[in-house]
Design a protein around this ligand. Structure first.
Ligand code: FES
Length: 264
């Protein structure tokens, strides 16, 4: 049977899996470690269902925002509790599905986990172990095309997270800034930058136009989004790490491990 990929008919007959001499495995290995750690940590926290809200300085973990169920801790339900009491599991499980879908279908993360987890291929000029390749044209990977919809559905999240930061500044009618407020705001801004740097966002701004000169506002937006788009990989990774650390900060302060320093 004819091979596929680098073993296809017509490709140079080279038995070695790769002729690369550099440490090509280092990047996929590091990304594997980072993504695996995040998946384990976020799963534990999503099911934990406690210590996600610091009542003293109104810090709400981004994993639990917005908190929409009756079971949410008092003070954490900025949008009310439209879900009511029928949801008995952790409220994080209700809302994490959208950010999870957004990141899972992100063009950058696809490249990252296809390489690090599926070795498809593990790096440029390194043969993959799979015999067949059907791309993203069939089930289940055809659902990667839902990315543009996840973009729209998750666009409100940075605004909601920024509101959480505002709420912690305007705590119980008193104004004051805590370290946690700054961390919440930083996390919201990073998530906004990551969302706006999305390839779908770039297409929405400048796609399907024949003449930029006739659409100066969209052209200006496309130029700005394109600048962010050039940093999409970095924003994807940094925002992932920061959202995890933000949750960890809320966990530590909500559990009483230390006090969130506050001025005012
Ligand atoms: Fe990465 Fe859209 S391509 S978020």
């Amino acid at each position: 049977m004819a091979g596929t990929g680098v073993f296809s008919p017509g490709r140079a007959k080279i038995d070695a899996r790769t002729l690369r001499r550099d440490r090509w495995w280092l990047e996929p290995a590091l990304i594997f470690g980072l993504l695996f750690t995040f998946v384990v940590y976020s799963s534990v926290r999503a099911f934990w269902d406690t210590n996600y809200y610091n009542e003293d300085t109104s810090l709400l973990s981004p994993f639990y925002s917005p908190c929409l169920a009756d079971a949410c801790v008092e003070g954490s339900t900025h949008l009310g509790t439209p879900v009511g009491d029928w949801w008995a599991l952790s409220p994080a499980l209700l809302i994490l599905i959208l950010p999870l879908g957004f990141r899972m279908t992100c063009y950058y993360y696809r490249k990252a986990y296809y390489r690090s987890f599926w070795f498809s291929p593990p790096a440029c000029a390194v043969a993959e172990p799979h015999k067949k390749y059907s791309g993203e044209t069939r089930f289940p990977l055809i659902f990667q095309n839902a990315h543009r919809w996840f973009f729209w559905l998750t666009l409100p999240y940075p605004i909601l997270l920024a509101y959480d930061a505002y709420d912690s500044v305007h705590h119980d009618g008193d104004w004051g800034v805590s370290l946690g407020s700054a961390i919440l705001l930083f996390n919201a801004l990073l998530l906004l930058a990551y969302s706006l740097s999305c390839h779908s966002c770039r297409h929405i701004m400048g796609g399907r136009l024949n003449h930029f000169s006739k659409h100066p506002i969209r052209y200006w937006g496309w130029v700005q989004v394109s600048k962010l788009n050039g940093k999409h990989m970095q924003l994807a990774m940094v925002s992932l790490v920061v959202v995890g650390l933000t949750d960890l900060y809320v966990l530590l302060t909500a559990s009483g491990a230390f006090t969130d320093p506050r001025i005012g």
